[in-house]
Design a binder for this molecule. Structure first.
Ligand SMILES: CC(C)(COP(=O)(O)OP(=O)(O)OC[C@H]1O[C@@H](n2cnc3c(N)ncnc32)[C@H](O)[C@@H]1OP(=O)(O)O)[C@@H](O)C(=O)NCCC(=O)NCCS
Length: 178
């Protein structure tokens, strides 16, 4: 665990543990062309951010501007996301840089995974997501929550509680069923 300049607890940060080509294409085979474009740029920025010093930081500024203002997707380079990340309809996706996603997760449009800002201005930790988790359209998962492997978050759900492995969370506030 490390604390970044904004006071966020960064769970692991990006660990570049693959050769460049494998790193860049780790999500390629499970996505359509528009998501390939977004995720290729995300992985390239992660790589440069972690490995290329000042150049990587400068690249990341351009990446953030293009992806957030043009594509309305915020996948920050600090985000730790496992391989074969899928995105159906890559619009309006916002994920906190301190969140952790396992392998084989599926994001749909307007998924938000983030922190809660308390009345005193302090942010909570961001969610920790297991592997094979499916996110329905327009769902929100916030706070220091843990989402277990293969859990399903329903479209339009608001999740502020832990979701066990294989369970489904739906509704606002979400109820969880095995
Ligand atoms: C949550 C989800 C994964 C459940 O799928 P499932 O296991 O096949 O569930 P079912 O359709 O059998 O529904 C089970 C129950 O959950 C309810 N439910 C399903 N989706 C729901 C949702 N998004 N919000 C609230 N309740 C929901 C159903 O009404 C049903 O309730 P009941 O048991 O009282 O009749 C699925 O409904 C979902 O939301 N997937 C995301 C799809 C999506 O975002 N598509 C966007 C395409 S662009």
């Amino acid at each position: 665990m490390r604390i970044d300049s904004r006071g966020w607890q960064m769970a692991r940060g990006t660990q570049i543990d693959l050769p460049l080509r494998k790193w860049l294409f780790q999500d390629w085979g499970v996505n359509a062309w528009n998501s390939r474009f977004v995720l290729f740029n995300f992985r390239a920025t992660q790589y440069l951010y972690a490995r290329a010093g000042l150049l990587g930081r400068l690249w990341a500024i351009g990446y953030r501007l293009v992806t957030s203002l043009v594509l309305t997707v915020e996948l920050p380079p600090e985000l730790s996301a496992g391989p074969r990340l899928r995105s159906f309809h890559p619009h309006g996706i916002v994920i906190h840089g301190a969140a952790v996603l396992g392998a084989d997760c599926l994001l749909r449009q307007n998924v938000t995974i983030g922190a809660i800002t308390r009345r005193n201005g302090q942010d909570t930790a961001a969610p920790t997501i297991g592997s094979g988790v499916e996110f329905g359209a327009n769902c929100v998962v916030v706070g220091k929550t843990r989402i277990g492997d293969r859990a399903r978050i329903a479209a339009l759900a608001l999740v502020t509680v832990d979701v066990p492995e294989g369970a489904t969370a739906s509704g606002n506030p979400a109820s969880v069923r095995a």
